[in-house]
Design a protein around this ligand. Structure first.
Ligand code: G3I
Length: 344
């Protein structure tokens, strides 16, 4: 087997998120790795509203068009991220007082983007992160101005413009039972209106010991009972301690230079490297077992150097969450998951 995409060819797309430097070709080493290993791409940032739709009447399509062309020229599946998200939201949304006007502007935002990328963006995160951890709806500007109807309208408007695109709801902690119940309720409500949802994206911002394999598997099964595809999106596995796990911890600036919170600045010990490889193997075993339900597995970044997890939730850490190291060399986790296929 020569690559990830070849290994999982018959199972699901193997995707990756691209940052601006890969898309504009200034990081050409990462770009060639992407072409070699992956067959689906997502833009990590440049299709978020604040970047692509900075003013109410103007769009910034240049980088996004490059991103899409890169995918199409290399025969890749192209995923759009994201049409409606409360975060990285273009500031002009918040300047609209009148709720009818807000609704019109939101419709236009969705439809202009869906039309511009019609036929070249194969699937969309139509709505991103609309739920609280307890399964209730997040109190965003969209909920405030439009009520919960914004959810079904977003899917309806996207499908009216591009009926062939696969439309996803995407969120993190989708393995948490309360949130999962909320997501299922929300999607059923949209479906009951006769509006289609094609897929659920489970963001895989996971850790070495949680969520449990059982929770991951059960979630895949529960979502697919809705009659939708499941995608594992934004996959990365942090090897660093999570400050939120500490009793009563606040993310204070004191953490920034603490060795406790940033223990592997000189390299990842073999024992943790092996733990990471085993963790990736275990979760890929589940993905393979349910490959009839899973359409895509997307990593959130190409290599450890550029991962957002070096800066979250504490700045300036050295994390190792992906399959390729800082020199772009495949890690044991890479060989581990490819090995699963070679044994079959
Ligand atoms: O581009 C500017 C740069 O010009 C400036 O010098 C620098 C200074 O901070 O900031 C740069 O922008 C940053 C951008 O990433 C590009 O690196 C933003 O501040 C930073 O907020 C942004 O973070 C992104 C984050 O979403 C917020 O949008 C991460 O890269 C991205 O990985 C992360 O991805 C999200 C998904 O979209 C949704 N799910 C959760 C996931 C992780 O938070």
């Amino acid at each position: 087997v020569k690559s990830l995409k070849e290994a999982f060819e018959k199972d699901f797309y193997i995707g990756v998120a691209l940052n601006g430097r890969i898309i504009d070709q200034s990081d050409s080493a990462s770009l060639s790795l992407v072409k070699r290993e992956f067959n689906s791409i997502t833009a990590e940032n440049i299709m978020k509203s604040s970047i692509i739709h900075p003013q109410r009447d103007s769009f910034n399509f240049e980088l996004a068009d490059k991103f899409v062309a890169l995918g199409k020229n290399n025969g890749m599946h192209v995923h759009g991220h994201t049409l409606i998200w409360h975060s990285q939201l273009s500031p002009w949304f918040a300047t609209i007082e009148d709720s009818f006007e807000f609704k019109d502007a939101t419709e236009k935002h969705i439809k202009d983007l869906a039309l511009h990328f019609k036929g070249v963006v194969d699937s969309w995160d139509v709505v991103n992160e609309a739920l609280n951890e307890d399964g209730t709806l997040r109190n965003s500007i969209f909920l405030e101005k439009m009520g919960d109807e914004y959810l079904s309208l977003a899917f309806k408007w996207t499908s009216e413009v591009d009926p062939n695109a696969k439309l996803f709801y995407n969120d993190y902690n989708m393995t948490n039972p309360d949130k999962r119940q909320g997501a299922i309720r929300m999607i059923k409500k949209i479906q009951e209106k006769g509006i289609k949802v094609d897929g659920v994206g489970m963001q895989g911002h996971w850790h070495l010991d949680y969520p449990s394999l059982e929770e991951i598997e059960e979630s895949i099964l529960e979502y697919s009972k809705l009659g939708v595809q499941v995608a594992i999106t934004e996959l990365d596995i942090s090897v660093l301690p999570n400050p939120w796990d500490l009793e009563g911890a606040e993310i204070s600036q004191n953490f920034e230079n603490s060795e406790e919170m940033n223990p592997y600045t000189k390299g990842l010990p073999d024992s943790i490297q092996t733990k990471l490889a085993n963790r990736y193997k275990d979760i890929f075993k589940i993905f393979l077992k349910h490959r009839d339900k899973i359409s895509r597995v997307t990593f959130w970044g190409v290599n450890d150097r550029q991962s957002w997890l070096n800066g979250f939730p504490i700045r300036g850490r050295t994390n190792y969450p992906l399959l390729f190291d800082r020199e772009l060399k495949p890690k044991p986790a890479y060989y581990g998951i490819i090995g699963l296929k070679e044994k079959l």
